[in-house]
Write a protein that binds this ligand. Structure first.
Ligand SMILES: [Zn+2]
Length: 322
């Protein structure tokens, strides 16, 4: 059994917590449940969870306020035993203690920064360590892949976007290209010298949707020494009936990417609490512990499994964070 650190690089649990707080009746009525609560993460053996701050499109006008409220909810989670990680030192402490679950905060989309980029150091102070530059639509800095299959035709990183990337680099914030369009991705490759990640994206060759990454893009991530986190959303794993998609499809994407890039550039980015359906065998974070035995069956060594389960992402965190 794998004992080294396990990292999931993307969950939308804070959005669900926000909805629970703002609309408790609707939350209860729809029977909404968490995929990645403290207990479920503990059962699944997850040591570090990256929680995204995602502002839904209808709330973008109050995006700064919503983002701050979600950070407040994250701070409240510290009372439940989550430990906010803001530095390499914190990462080491979590690794050594094995007590509590480390949480890393990321922005998914840059709504909170569009009106005033000077807010970036404030969000950094509050704990933001990774930033997904876009979420689907166009923003001041870049353009997303869009929500439909063939909408990836937009512009690359804007002048403001380049300024954002420079500031992120000097603060030590990781660039996340999941949701970014093709031109934007190519610009990130040109502009940054740090490793960057795709926190929750899969292989386009296995599932051709525009949220997934082409072989060329996967190779660019590897040459930058970055990591791709496998997304568990059935529609990004396979074009088969979503009800038939299972944990085995996750293993297929891991195998495909490791065949292409070696074992140093793949990790997990579940998208738990942001997806309406989950694969069979990976219904909640508690099932993450079922991934290593399946990788072992596929012939991955213990060391390879440790890399995939967390040490690859840990490597990037240590490279970019202060
Ligand atoms: Zn997402």
């Amino acid at each position: 059994m794998v004992k080294s650190i396990v990292i999931d690089c993307h969950a939308d649990t804070l959005l669900k917590k926000y909805l629970e707080e703002m609309m408790p009746l609707l939350f209860a009525e729809r029977g909404m449940k968490f995929h990645a609560s403290k207990d479920l993460l503990t059962q699944g053996g997850v040591d570090i969870q990256v929680f995204a701050i995602f502002v839904p499109p209808k709330l973008e006008k109050i995006g700064i306020e919503v983002s701050l409220e979600m950070i407040t909810l994250a701070k409240e989670m510290e009372k439940d035993g989550f430990i906010l990680i803001k530095s390499k030192k914190d990462l080491k402490t979590i690794e050594n203690s094995k007590n509590g679950i480390g949480m890393v905060l990321s922005l998914e989309g840059t709504v909170a920064l569009e009106r005033n980029l000077q807010l970036l150091p404030i969000f950094y102070e509050l704990g933001i360590r990774n930033i997904g530059l876009s979420w689907s639509r166009k923003n001041l800095f870049c353009e997303g892949t869009g929500l439909t299959q063939d909408s990836d035709e937009g512009e690359g990183i804007s002048v403001h976007g380049k300024e954002l990337l420079e500031q992120m680099e000097s603060l030590g914030i990781i660039i996340d290209v999941s949701h970014l369009n093709k031109k934007g991705f190519a610009d990130v490759v040109k502009v940054t010298s740090d490793p960057f990640i795709a926190s929750h994206s899969n292989a386009y060759q296995l599932c051709p949707v525009n949220r997934n990454l082409t072989d060329e893009q996967l190779m660019e991530i590897a040459s930058a020494e970055g990591v791709v986190g496998i997304n568990f959303y059935p529609r990004f794993l396979s074009q088969n009936d979503p009800q038939s998609v299972s944990i085995k499809d996750v293993i297929q994407h891991i195998k495909y990417i490791t065949n292409l890039l070696g074992v140093d550039h793949v990790g997990l980015g579940s998208d738990f609490d942001g997806i309406g359906i989950t694969p069979k065998g990976l219904e909640t974070a508690s099932k993450i512990k079922n991934i290593p035995p399946l990788l072992e069956e596929e012939g991955f060594s213990n060391q390879d499994i440790e890399k995939i389960m967390g040490t690859n992402f840990k490597r990037v965190f240590n490279r970019v964070w202060k």
